[in-house]
Design a protein around this ligand. Sequence first.
Ligand code: ADP
Length: 190
Amino acid sequence: MINIVLFGPPGAGKGTQSDKLIQKYGFIHISTGDLFRWHTKNDTPLGKRVKEIMNSGALVPDDITIAMLKEELDKNPKAKGFLFDGFPRTVPQAEALDKFLKENGTAIHHVIALDVTEGELRSRIAKRRTTESRADDEEEKLNKRITEYFGKTIHVLPFYKNQGRLNTVNGIGAVEDIFKNICGVIDTVS
Ligand code: ADP
């Protein structure tokens, strides 16, 4: 069983690369952003709690996010491996993930961080706005998401680096080249 965290700021290409990784390796994909969007779209009690927060571009509080993540893990006891996308975004989330996986006799094997400059992120999301409509892609909300990333989420990197689990991959370039580099990390170190 191999478990991967795909890490990076908003617009880094986590969704695109996740789709390709799932196809190639058969991971169970856990995207907390997609899960929260599902709950808000279906107006569940959880969706009602997080809708405003998400739409503002802020992070959902750790207790809510961690409980949702745990539920997803418990739904897939026989998973061949998990690909975590957009989780963990804070150090307490990273600690909780380690704890849950340890209880199941496993761990995070690789953290792959997509490295993309802020200028590139902004131009990608500006482009995405012309084809998709995501409430949190509006300028002011995007600014909040980027602030949350550089203010809170970035601290997850030293957490993994200190444990020797961090691999950085250049996230700028052709989708296929980036994918090859990610697979290189998974295939050589596993
Ligand atoms: P992004 O494109 O910003 O990477 P996601 O689709 O991963 O966005 O997440 C969308 C929103 O869902 C975030 O802005 C945040 O409000 C919420 N969210 C997703 N994952 C987490 C998490 N791990 N912790 C807290 N909030 C989260």
